[in-house]
Design a binder for this molecule. Sequence first.
Ligand code: PMP
Length: 448
Amino acid sequence: MDRDRLANAYARELETFAVAHPRSQAAYASATHLFGQVPMTWMNKLATGFPLYLDRAQGHTVHCIDGHEYLDLALGDTGAMAGHSPEPTVRAVRRRLEELGGITTMMPTEDAEWVGAELTRRFGAARWSFSLTATDANRWAIRLVRALTGRPKILVNPYCYHGTVDESLIVVDSDGHGIDRPGNVGAPVDVTLTSRAAEFNDLAMLERELAHGDVAAVLMEPALTNIGIVLPEPGYLEGVRELTRAYGTLLINDETHTFSAGPGGATAAWGLEPDVVVVGKAIGGGIPSGAYGLSEDLAARALARTDLDLVDMGGVGGTLAGNPLSVAAMRATLGEVLTDEAFAGMTARAERFAAGVDAVITRHDLPWSVSRLGARAEYRFARPAPRNGTESAAAADGPLEDYLHVFLVNRGIMLTPFHNMALMSPTTTDEDVDRHTAVFEEAVASVL
Ligand code: PMP
């Protein structure tokens, strides 16, 4: 690839983007009361120079305030996997807001038990508790596994993402030893006091770390999804379960993104047997929602511990967690939108997406690959596909990624920032997928 040509093409696309979005540009320029000029600092992840401001969104379509329409393959980085404002979720939320009232009350609603039962049907875990974010679900799960095992450390895979969870911000140096993830803002303590790390797909490294006997739990995604999609090799996840059992370590599956694998995430799709399941983002159709599920045995052990304050100040809980609005949204979204049937269609679209991208990669003989996990697919600038997070991080190509993102946006297609990820909603069509394939090919051809 000719890098000068890429830089020139990127400059041209940025210019096109700026000309087409004067209102977004002006809104960003005048946002002086926001830290970093954005509602949340990560919104400064900008291939386009300034952010697109949202006007409205429905299904898998969004409109920006300059009046342009986009095919949304980002879907709020999974928060909107059910599509934007799906009718059943909106209906249930409206009912709670307008007819029944009670957005947050400190009182349970009957919807919660329905959601718990549905999550058990899907993911297997027997006892559920709610949060408003996957980050908090992970934090509370971590506190419980520490309390139950009496061990201090959590083991994660380098370049995982589990939210802003202190324990997870660890990578490994070239000798395979844990170190702070570069850029970590204000780490409370040296991360090696709280955490260990072992590369995804590396059972020998996992055993080496577990053998210290101080790991309360392995917290992992069954496939890495936040550094491209890194799929497990045959036997790896079974090995993780065997080793964790052998060393008295619990296993937490964070299914927040791998939920794309099917109605019960990778846990059900691949017959996994975690002790704890965490899920968030999509289950409320975009209304803040998260949950963690414990095995029956773990739940009983926790409840039997009179020294653990699970009710008041013990460190697991949030005032708004499990509020009536959030739980109504989860019930409607799981019951009527992200159904087993919906997943079948979403997965078929993602298969088509991956096949289309793969054909372009092959036709142009690019050293790239595409990986798919149920309803989500992602291309990566490496072939064969990276086997672990560190390899995948090394395959990043910022300038190329930025170029593809702005090229696609200028032609009405949004990929997920931070990724080359495309997620299918229940309403995404084959035609949408084919439109992406055609524009992707055009983008590739433009810089070869
Ligand atoms: N777990 C995983 C696997 C995630 O990908 C993310 C966010 N990308 C989170 C947890 C945290 O989700 P949230 O920011 O909504 O708390």
